[in-house]
Design a protein around this ligand. Structure first.
Ligand SMILES: [Zn+2]
Length: 779
């Protein structure tokens, strides 16, 4: 509450100038607090006005004023972003609760770990006296521009509230708001959009990732915590406050529902406590009901978004519900007109009419930022109002989830053991870092561990599966049995919302063993967690005379960002290279190898169409780029092509290999993201130092056939009988006998094609060496 006096004075002056001065009341000798300033007083525009977006300085400056003016609002910094902007947390509750925040935090910590609740009646007392903690997060995807503005309005509306339902919210709840999970992106998008106004490309998404490394995938990081923004929020908000409810504000495309809120569709990941699923269903439908009572249309539940992947749902494994909301988009802050025929109707049975989960369909028309904020804010306030009426039920639900986990579920083993002496310490450190960041208790054995016939050496990790966050451990340590299904017999596969696997030991190339008996033996509890730190690759990191060109398309590709993140972390010498530089040729003078991350073929060929973007961002590699890449390889360079780019390279360079999955319909083969067994030829230069069998990530997938007597080298294959180790691949038999990684000589150089993703979301350490070896020149 810095600068309160000054801010109140400043606010008073500005309010008066703006003609919005509230009637001042006097109350004897007591100082009377003025209502806080609404955002427009400081932003210079009303949130929701067409073509007006906010940048991070404006947003935080207003929030500082608000915190100074209101004794309901506190503003804290919770760390810095990737590009060094401050990340902030608003704590909003009534002043009486503010005076007892530490007490409520302590109550939350006890409810989060029911093993520590002892003494008769204490459980009930804590439930009775505690406060419901609701975390609202927003603007992780800053092209969803309503998400950058809504938190300012929401904070103001709570700070200024006088109606009884919101006063109840303030009494019953501690409302935490992280106004942006990605402040760097808020500025990137604001700057891009402001410059686009009046141009033909006004309202189009920017030609770069809106998170420095991960773009949209910053919301796929909530179980691996690779990015600093995720760690700031997990460690300084989730792990401190243990929210019972998390409301994550998003926007989806312009042609779907106007507003989505859970229930989720199936499948729901089996380690999510059913009490959380039931609570989600109840709260989500209550929000939808509230919006319909306000006369809003196109409010849809139970459609499109499943709850399989933990990548977006830290809360699901920490006793909380995650209420995603998705409001329909305009063109950034530029309004649109939606014709009835443009509306997607598959969300509601394909009829276009009213349905159980869309009782009052929206029929099209004008859609603007005003509408977006109206729906977003109504949803968030509806959530708070509904939650506040059942505070004790939420706290009881929360402690019950923890109790059930601390007792152990019947489906869980007694413990997991990660044996010592597997020969990969940095991978074990990474596993430990992830589990410990999520507050999973991890022991390290100081002697031999035994359980039944099994024994493990000293230094093994032991995860007891009777602890509050055991669900997080089980979800990551056990392989996934995804319930894949077809739309109808013989029809296409039912597509999951996201990937279908997340087995951490396989991603890291580690063994983890479940035990039905609790192991015996001496052990110590690991405190803290290993730091997240850059690593070293022999012969590659910082090597002089070596420069990798990493292709960055102007149609942003998350795979490029993840690859760049990997290169930065491992100190691979690289330079970003765009279409123009590749088309200009003469690449061999500059680069030893060039990496094409996974990019769609039309983007590689053509990029943005002329006129659709400023000219410097238009055009793809085209035939000039293909020719330049060929000359680069023929002159001795190494071209590494990942995922979708591999198939494109094989065809455009007329390589003597064929991707048998190219143009296959989904009815035949569909790999939405799974882990498959890979057989590596360790006698090849790219397969050296690898285990002969590893789990590899397949998404989309490439499966290469080498003609007889070809000079191409098969580095790794899917095996004669392909095995899906975790997750779902429909039609996996199509991989039989095919190569997953091939090296094809061309002139004096070579092309390396990856049908698997060796660097999946920055986490698949088991297969990083395949990529690094491909880049490392022969000694
Ligand atoms: Zn989003």
């Amino acid at each position: 509450m810095r600068f309160r006096a000054a801010a109140i004075l400043a606010g008073f002056a500005i309010v008066a100038l703006a003609g919005l001065a509230p009637a001042q009341e006097t109350d004897g000798a007591r100082a009377v607090r003025l209502p806080p300033d609404p955002p427009e007083v400081h932003l210079g525009f009303r949130p929701g006005e067409d073509r007006r977006v906010v940048d991070w300085d404006q947003a935080t400056a207003y929030l500082e004023v608000l915190a100074g003016q209101s004794d309901r609002v506190r503003l804290d910094t919770i760390g810095r972003s990737t590009l060094d902007r401050p990340m902030v947390l608003l704590t909003i509750t009534d002043p009486a609760n503010h005076a007892r925040l530490e007490e409520y935090k302590a109550t939350q910590a006890l409810l989060a770990d029911p093993r520590r609740i002892d003494g008769p009646g204490l459980r009930e007392e804590l439930i009775h006296s505690g406060r419901l903690v609701v975390l609202i997060t927003s603007a992780i995807h800053p092209t969803e521009v309503g998400g950058s503005l809504a938190p300012l309005d929401l904070a103001y509306r709570l700070a200024a509230a006088t109606d009884s339902t919101l006063l109840k919210v303030l009494r019953e709840c501690v409302v935490l708001i992280v106004p942006s999970l990605n402040p760097d992106g808020v500025d990137m998008v604001a700057e891009w959009y402001r410059e686009s106004i009046g141009m033909p490309w006004e309202g189009s998404p920017p030609p770069f990732l809106y998170h420095h490394y991960t773009g949209h995938d910053n919301n796929r990081d909530w179980y691996s915590f690779t990015q600093i923004e995720t760690r700031n929020v997990v460690e300084r908000v989730y792990n401190v406050w243990h929210p019972q409810i998390v409301h994550d504000i998003h926007q989806h495309g312009p042609y779907g529902s106007r507003y989505f809120v859970p229930p989720w569709t199936d499948p729901i990941e089996p380690n999510v406590d059913p009490l959380l699923t039931a609570a989600t269903n109840s709260l989500g439908t209550a929000i939808a009901w509230q919006l319909l009572r306000e006369g809003k249309k196109g409010v849809v539940v139970g459609s499109g978004y499943d709850a399989w992947s933990p990548a977006r749902a830290y809360a699901h494994y920490h006793g909380g519900v995650r209420i995603l909301s998705e409001t329909a988009s305009a063109r950034l802050a530029t309004p649109i007109e939606v014709a009835p025929g443009e509306l997607q109707t598959e969300n509601r049975g394909g009829s276009g009419g009213a349905a159980w989960n869309d009782p009052v369909p929206w029929r099209g028309g004008n859609w603007s930022l005003t509408d977006i904020l109206d729906y977003m804010e109504s949803g968030a306030l509806g959530l708070l109002r509904a939650a506040a009426t059942s505070r004790e039920a939420w706290l009881e639900n929360f402690v019950s989830v923890g109790e059930r986990a601390a007792t152990g579920w019947p489906a869980w083993p007694a413990a997991w053991v990660v044996p010592a002496q597997q020969g990969n310490e940095s991978e074990i450190a990474e596993l430990t870092r992830i589990l410990r960041t999520a507050q999973v208790e991890v022991d390290i054995s100081t002697g031999v561990l035994t359980a039944g016939e099994s024994s493990w050496p000293a230094g093994s990790l032991l995860i007891d599966m009777r602890q509050p966050y055991a669900a997080f451990a089980q979800m990551l340590l056990a392989p996934q049995a995804y319930p894949g299904a077809l739309e109808y017999p013989g029809g296409p596969p039912k597509e999951p919302y996201d990937v279908t696997a997340h087995n951490l030991p396989m991603l890291l190339g580690l063994r983890a063993e479940p035990t039905s008996q609790a192991p015996a033996g001496d052990r110590e509890r690991l405190e803290g967690r290993p730091e997240f730190r850059p690593r070293h690759v022999e012969g590659l990191s910082g090597r002089p005379g070596l420069l990798v060109g990493l292709y960055q398309p102007w149609v942003p590709a998350t795979d490029e960002g993840w690859t760049r993140w990997l290169f930065d972390g491992y100190e691979v010498p690289y330079a970003t290279v765009h279409d123009q530089q590749i088309r200009q040729g003469d690449l061999a003078r500059r680069f030893t190898s060039i990496v094409l991350p996974s990019v769609e073929a039309p983007v590689l060929d053509d990029g943005w169409a002329p006129g659709s973007m400023p000219v410097e961002y238009t055009g793809g590699l085209g035939s000039a780029g293909v020719q330049a890449l060929r000359e680069f390889v023929e002159a001795g360079g190494t071209l590494v092509a990942l995922g979708r780019s591999a198939s494109w390279v094989a065809e455009r360079l007329n390589l003597p290999v064929v991707d048998r999955l190219r143009d296959q319909p989904k009815e035949v083969f569909f790999a939405p993201g799974a882990q498959v067994s890979l057989q590596v030829d360790t006698t090849t230069s790219i397969g050296q130092d690898m285990q002969p069998r590893v789990a590899a990530w397949i998404e989309g997938g490439g499966a290469f056939d080498l003609p007889a007597r070809s000079a191409a080298v098969s580095v790794a294959t899917y095996g004669a009988r392909p095995r899906v180790l975790s997750g779902w691949v429909h039609g996996a038999s199509a991989l039989a006998g095919a190569s997953a990684v091939v090296e094809v000589p061309l002139g004096s150089g070579s092309v390396v094609l990856f049908g698997i993703d060796p660097q999946q979301r920055g986490l698949s350490m088991a297969t990083f060496p395949l990529l690094f070896n491909a880049l490392r020149p022969a000694p």
